[in-house]
Design a protein around this ligand. Structure first.
Ligand SMILES: [Zn+2]
Length: 166
């Protein structure tokens, strides 16, 4: 579990841009890219994934597409950026994990190749009505290996210097 969770405020722009690319009533999302220093998590970017299965009640990114994003970020940052978790939208829902989301987080936490026992899960509740489409509620959750569940975590907004330029 992280001591503190710092999030670059520009991930709101990442998420807004990704939401605009897809139908409002379908879930979308992608990996959270960042780094871990001491016991703090720092989220630098919320990436979108080109290849994914987007449904009304689920989002499943293509794992090869996610891997390509992570390799790019790793190279671009000189090996400083890595996978720290994932984000996805809940159209017309709440920013609370579903039972499927809990199982997903548990699966990631237990995946030896990922090497991340307490991944983050950001959920963005969105409105599907056109006149309220800007309304968003963001929740940050983290897998707690001791309690064996996702727990709600407060975010500290920040500005990192590891974002890509241009
Ligand atoms: Zn969900």
């Amino acid at each position: 579990m992280a001591e503190r969770i710092w999030v670059d405020h520009r991930i709101r722009d990442d998420i807004r841009d990704e939401l605009r690319r897809h139908r409002r009533w379908l879930e979308t999302g992608g990996p959270l890219v960042g780094y871990i220093v001491d016991r703090d998590f720092v989220v630098v970017r919320a990436a979108g994934v080109e290849n994914a299965t987007r449904r009304r009640g689920s989002f499943q990114p293509d794992s090869a597409a996610v891997d390509r994003i992570l390799v790019d970020e790793y190279r671009r940052s000189g090996g400083r950026l890595r996978y720290v978790g994932s984000w996805h939208s809940h159209p017309a829902g709440s920013a609370i994990p579903s039972s499927r989301d809990v199982r997903t987080a548990q699966g990631i936490a237990g995946e030896p190749d990922v090497g991340l026992p307490s991944p983050l899960q950001v959920i963005v509740a969105t409105s599907v009505l056109p006149w309220t489409a800007q309304r968003r509620d963001l929740g940050c959750w983290q897998w707690d290996p001791r309690r064996h569940t996702l727990v709600s975590r407060p975010i500290k907004w920040t500005r990192t210097d590891l974002r890509e330029t241009g």
